[in-house]
Design a binder for this molecule. Structure first.
Ligand code: G
Ligand code: G
Ligand code: NA
Ligand code: MN
Length: 252
């Protein structure tokens, strides 16, 4: 209860911030996008990590309000990038509850119109837990999102309730291979998993982002598979906006 109240107060007191982690083209290393990741800097500089408060916000419903703040803040930032001619896509995490909430798609459209951003630069990252919900509702929502031109990215692929049938049934544009797979890339079994996922995605014309990439060797390996994109400490951890912009400008 204390944390629930604190989370609400924190929104009023402007204590949340979005950090951005680069997503890079495997072949060229160019930064082609960013994933927005929320940070909570409490009073006295106490830092509360999202994997603590996001699950609580999902339980108590606050994720709807917080998710709206994330969505709007990230779209505002994309507007600034587009104003500066930065060629960047913006990946935004959305909770299952949030995306399936009535009015989500019209609110998304409202934000795209208000901030005049290209819909095709926006990706919504959802985890496989969304598929625990009614598939008709998912279909309706995903189709409406796609009709706006916004893309859908399946986060943490392979760790949740994944069933390959979801990739066939729902309009998924991007698949993010979870870090756990990348950690094992240099074992025979680990490599088989990564290669199978990448090949399947290529067949289905779904693009792939490898997550948690920490070494050059992993990047080279991904390049040999023609895996499209990576994200990880090898380029940068999630950083505040000024540091991200600096990183992007250094690279070009
Ligand atoms: O950087 P890292 O510690 O940022 O993120 C931990 C986890 O918190 C991520 O795996 C992600 O699932 C979740 N997360 C981070 N930011 C957001 C956000 O803005 N919205 C939602 N729903 N989840 C987020
Ligand atoms: O949304 P998602 O669950 O995928 O969030 C990814 C998490 O992984 C975030 O907490 C982010 O800070 C973290 N992360 C991103 N890149 C790396 C990496 O290269 N190594 C490790 N250990 N963690 C990473
Ligand atoms: Na994510
Ligand atoms: Mn992920």
């Amino acid at each position: 209860i204390a944390l629930t109240n604190a989370m609400r107060e924190a929104l009023k007191n402007d204590q949340y911030e979005l950090y951005y982690q680069p997503q890079n083209d495997v072949k060229t290393g160019v930064i082609t996008g960013a994933e927005a990741l929320i940070r909570w800097k409490g009073s006295n500089d106490v830092f509360i990590p999202p994997n603590i408060f996001i699950p609580i916000a999902e339980q108590n419903g606050f994720i709807i309000e917080l998710g709206d703040w994330v969505l709007e803040t990230a779209i505002k930032q994309l507007h600034l990038w587009e104003d500066n001619d930065y060629q960047l896509r913006m990946s935004i995490n959305v909770a299952a509850q949030q995306i399936l909430q009535r009015g989500f798609v019209s609110h998304l459209k409202f934000l795209l119109d208000t901030y005049k951003v290209s819909a095709n630069k926006v990706l919504l990252e959802i985890t496989e837990s969304v598929f625990l919900n009614d598939s008709k509702a998912i279909h309706k929502t995903f189709s409406a999102i796609k009709a706006l031109g916004v893309k859908i990215s399946l986060d943490d692929f392979g760790t949740g309730y994944s069933s390959l049938s979801y990739l066939k049934t729902f309009p998924i544009d991007v698949l993010k291979i979870d870090k756990a797979f990348l950690d094992d890339y240099d074992t025979q079994e680990g490599a088989i998993f990564i290669e199978t996922i990448v090949n399947m995605a290529q067949t289905l014309k779904i693009s792939v982002v490898a997550e948690g990439v920490e070494t050059r060797e992993q990047v080279n390996y991904l390049s040999s598979l023609n895996c499209g994109y990576y994200q990880g400490y090898v380029c940068s951890p999630p950083v505040e906006i000024n540091a991200f912009d600096r990183l992007f400008n250094e690279a070009v």
